[in-house]
Ligand binder design. Structure first.
Ligand code: COA
Ligand code: ZN
Length: 300
């Protein structure tokens, strides 16, 4: 048996949010069925955000309630931008959320209309009100910002410290616009882990420069708790100009299975599900690739 690794699927949120035309809820559920069947254990199923900001996520309540009820063995989580989102998530049976905060103040403002201070206050309020809710902070633009450019490590550690002070022990470091490279992945993961040895760090990678796979792999080798990937490579933040798709789940599963890691995920089922997604979403997709043509079949 190879080393076990955690591949977390975020397509139903980051992927679907980048599709402009509304995808029928039934179809979203069908895709999640395929993801569960493939053996993926943790899935970000939706986000509880303003339907004006992201109309695609207007069916968050139905999606969350349905999949949580249907698949008790799968760990589902949802993204929330504020207290109101956390409240709706909890009302709909969600026990696990990611709250997004950007390292860059300007992206935090563009994305969720808050300063760092306001975001931290809001997280404190969410923790206070919902002590049993599992919270991960998605630290966005950690590797670079569409407005401010290069991001440095000391301000990241400072922000993580403030979040640590309000009780956060799980972080997802996000390359929101896909500018990271392996040495940066190493440096940021190592500094973060060293500064907060009691916390876990996941990675969320975009694939703007075709470095999604190598950055995700580097993350695994540097001890990231999990790597988030998206079916079909679909993804992108509407409030981050230039953001493109994520590391594609099928490509990453293929590589990690071949490399001898234990993913627990069946590549053929992932691929079949990616095909289904492409049939429906390709014409509607606003980002730059659904790249499943690169891989025609598993050769085993
Ligand atoms: N769910 C649903 N609606 C929400 C909401 C939530 N979590 N939070 C706010 N709203 C609604 C309000 O009711 C209000 O609606 P109205 O205009 O019909 O009255 C509107 O959104 C603005 O509310 P306000 O409290 O002023 O919001 P804000 O400006 O402080 O924050 C966000 C705006 C954060 C809610 C909004 O920008 C958002 O949802 N962004 C999502 C960002 C995202 O998902 N990015 C991609 C992932 S990283
Ligand atoms: Zn993303």
């Amino acid at each position: 048996m190879g080393t076990h690794i955690n591949i977390v699927e975020i397509g139903p949120r980051d992927g679907f949010q980048s599709v402009k035309e509304f995808m029928p809820t039934e179809f979203k559920l069908e895709i999640i069925d395929g993801l569960v069947k493939s053996g993926i254990k943790r899935i970000q199923c939706t986000s509880f955000v303003s339907p004006k900001a992201i109309p695609q996520m207007q069916d968050a309540a139905v999606v969350a309630k349905t999949v949580i009820g249907k698949y008790p063995q799968t760990s589902f989580f949802a993204l929330v931008p504020n207290f109101r989102g956390a409240e709706s998530a909890v009302e709909n049976g969600v026990k696990d959320v990611s709250v997004v905060v950007s390292l860059s103040e300007s992206h935090n403002k563009a994305n969720i209309n808050r300063t760092h201070e306001q975001s931290i206050e809001e997280i404190k309020k969410i923790r206070g009100e919902f002590p049993d809710l599992k919270i991960t902070v998605d630290a966005a633009t950690v590797f670079g910002c569409p407005f401010e450019g290069r991001m440095e490590i000391p301000p990241l550690i400072e922000l993580l410290g403030k979040l640590h002070d309000v009780g956060i022990r799980a972080f997802t470091l996000c390359d929101t616009i896909g500018v990271a490279y392996p040495a940066q992945i190493r440096a940021i993961l190592e500094s973060s882990k060293k500064a907060f040895p009691d916390s876990i760090f996941n990675l969320h990678i975009h694939d703007t420069r075709n470095m999604g796979i190598i950055n995700s792999y580097e993350g695994i080798k540097c001890g990231a708790q999990s790597v988030e990937t998206s079916l079909g490579g679909l993804g992108g933040c509407p409030f981050a100009p230039g953001a493109s798709g994520n590391t594609s789940t099928e490509d990453f599963v293929y590589m990690m299975n071949r490399e001898g890691y234990e993913t627990g995920i069946d590549f053929s089922i992932v691929l079949e599900t990616a095909r289904k997604l492409r049939e429906k979403a390709a014409g509607l997709y606003s980002g730059h690739h659904i790249n499943i043509d690169k891989v025609h079949q598993d050769f085993t």
